[in-house]
Design a protein around this ligand. Structure first.
Ligand SMILES: [Zn+2]
Length: 118
């Protein structure tokens, strides 16, 4: 994957909350053909919602989120956490903030531990 990323958004929509099980999805957008699988492509499982405009790809071996081409074939969507290296692009916006998880802000302000709480 070349580092010519076009956008980096934290999406707070309800769909992304349900797909990730978390407060938001951190997705980087690039060209649909900007990927070369080195190995493991056969382990990619893709879920596409039958009616709505969302998809999800993950590894059948370890469950990790993986890049996928969106339904309209206009972008390769890369879950930021799936990258091994720091991308050149930084998060640019929080989108669908009107649907933000009601527990997000309190969670960000909660006490931090470097591992599990003692
Ligand atoms: Zn979303």
């Amino acid at each position: 994957m070349n580092d010519n990323f076009k956008a980096f958004y934290h999406c707070h929509c309800k769909q992304c909350q349900q797909l990730t099980g978390s407060a938001f999805a951190s997705n980087i957008f690039t060209d649909p053909d900007n990927i070369e699988w080195v190995s493991g492509e056969g382990n990619v499982v893709t879920y596409e919602h039958p009616e709505r405009e969302f998809s999800k790809a993950f590894c059948r071996e370890c469950g990790s989120a993986l890049p996928f081409v969106n339904k309209t074939k206009t972008s390769l969507i890369v879950p930021a956490g799936s990258l091994n290296e720091m991308p050149d692009i930084k998060p640019q916006a929080n989108i669908f903030s009107s649907e933000e998880a009601c527990w997000l802000k309190e969670g960000l302000e909660a006490k931090n531990f470097s591992g599990f709480p003692e």
